[in-house]
Design a protein around this ligand. Sequence first.
Ligand SMILES: *Cc1c(COP(=O)(O)O)cnc(C)c1O
Length: 217
Amino acid sequence: MQIAENLSLLLSELPSGVSLVAVSKTKPIEDIEAAYAAGQRIFGENKIQEMTHKWEHLPKDIQWHMIGHVQTNKVKYMAPYVSLIHGVDRAKLLKEINKQAAKSNRIIDCLLQIHIAQESTKFGLDETELESIITQNPSDIYPNIRIVGLMGMATFTSDLDQVRSEFSYLNSLYKKAKNTLTDIQILSMGMSGDYKIAIEEGSTLIRVGSKLFGERN
Ligand SMILES: *Cc1c(COP(=O)(O)O)cnc(C)c1O
């Protein structure tokens, strides 16, 4: 009941054009079923094994988003079913996703993750690397990948001006990227603690976990 309530409250706050990834990492199947029963179809996980286990046991119309850091050698496990990979942060990973997508006869949608935070522990491309990928006709180099947008994580800080300026910077890169690649239409930014700011700064896809499912252990 609580999950359904949290979900409807959150959805009621979202302007049109903003979608929700329900981040279910570490949460049991029953929690996902509760959100599913309330109408949610997009779920986000950050571990490929856990996501694959859940995919096997849950309805097949769920769209699974990989939001975590992706290890190259595990791409093959999600290639048959993953709906969107948010965390593409290196060319080598594009190469492997392309290869595994081809084996599954699929074109896999991907977001390029951009490093916008101050923490060095967070992954992502810088502006130069982003430009080099999107200006080199990626759909020719990687025919089984469609780059559909950008993703970023703000610094974990109580300084909300800092968070806002990082999101604003990401949005400026997004607008530029859109002019180069017409497939680009998703800006994935915003989590439980900062999704309101992210939406104000142009997010089209927020990734919310604890505010829906409760705190993780
Ligand atoms: C865990 C996670 C989220 C959700 O975080 P909450 O604070 O629980 O909403 C969003 N994005 C990424 C990349 C995550 O790893």
